[in-house]
Design a protein around this ligand. Sequence first.
Ligand SMILES: Cc1cc2nc3c(=O)[nH]c(=O)nc-3n(C[C@H](O)[C@H](O)[C@H](O)COP(=O)(O)O)c2cc1C
Length: 397
Amino acid sequence: MLRAAEVKPDVWWVGGIDWNERNFHGYTTERGSTYNAYLILDEKTTLVDTCKGEFAQEMMERIRTIIDPAEISYIIANHVEMDHSGALPVVAKACPNAQIVCSGPQGLRGLSAHYGENFNFLPVKSGDTLSIGKRTLQFVHTPMVHWPDNMVTYSAYDKVLFSNDAFGQHFASSKRFDDEVGLPEVMAQAKKYYANIVMPYGKNVRAALDGLAGLEFDMIAPSHGVIWRSHVKDVLEKYALWCSGEAEEYALVIYDSMWHTTEAMARAITEAFMEMGIPARLFDLKANHMSDIMTEVLSARYIAVGSPTLNKQMMPTVAAFLCYMKGLAPEGRVGIPFGSYGWMQAGPKDVAAALEACKFQLPCGVITHQWVETPEGLDAVRDAVMAAIGPLHDEAR
Ligand SMILES: Cc1cc2nc3c(=O)[nH]c(=O)nc-3n(C[C@H](O)[C@H](O)[C@H](O)COP(=O)(O)O)c2cc1C
């Protein structure tokens, strides 16, 4: 029989564990994920969030080990996205007496669009409270972190912030808490989550962090991954850093190549960064998923991207990566477009245009080479990068 887990007195985790999820709308989830829901036992029993539709029965089974679902008075839907609300129709049926609390007007609109209007919705504004007995829950809207409807729920009585997607990690585990798993592993997944889902909304994250500033909590219970109880400060600090858009003196060299010339140029550029004492990593797009590269983009100031010309344009692998990066909108980066070509420079020039569209600064211009590169030519590539980047790096030190 499936079990619930008590995370604070009378607060139970009743979520689903998605051990084998490996691709979450295009983002690779090598550790799977969880869809966390929390049951608060009080005069008015309250369920905070539900889960993905396929996990409805798993969640209901966990709930039934604690109470009869018919006793639930409120179901809080902090976020419309289907990994949190997909089970709502099943849960609402099992909890005929429950009101569904959501943000108004956006949450109400979103839930109605997904599941119809035939539910007992209770829309709440930011700052509204709901007394459920000993506890008074407070709702704080966090719009565009990462959909318009997002909100979080705060229980001052428990000192818990039910943060929904914020502070989440795609991380399936038999453990429920950060300290049971280890900070480096959890933080790596939290960073991947931020980079691939939250990065475009840095200003909204800043506003959300400001909105939470007055609340006292010692536990963050997100809707994905493990619960923060020992490293609350660490993850708050990381979010403050990540949403600032500040990058480190760190370089990524990302490329695809058919006959290895663009690859040789990528290696020469990596050597240039190494000579300048700037940590660097090289990524062949054939061997690395773009969501893993994006985790590094979150911290890297210098982003070199290379493509040869293929059929009058850049390679589709490179185009896909650049399209993905543009949507995630890292700010204030330095771009280095490069690549080889046969008879037209279209590939590297397409890369340059895409990096410009990301609003990156391009101090090296476009570094191109016709056909195969000579050792002297590769030295020239390295020297060109050092000449343009050296002064920027000196200024930053
Ligand atoms: C299938 C194919 C299509 C190509 N199309 C073009 C093209 O449209 N224009 C061009 O200038 N070069 C074209 N080339 C030549 C490559 O850009 C050139 O060989 C380049 O040096 C390859 O760089 P790489 O070694 O990094 O793959 C093509 C090469 C291949 C194999």
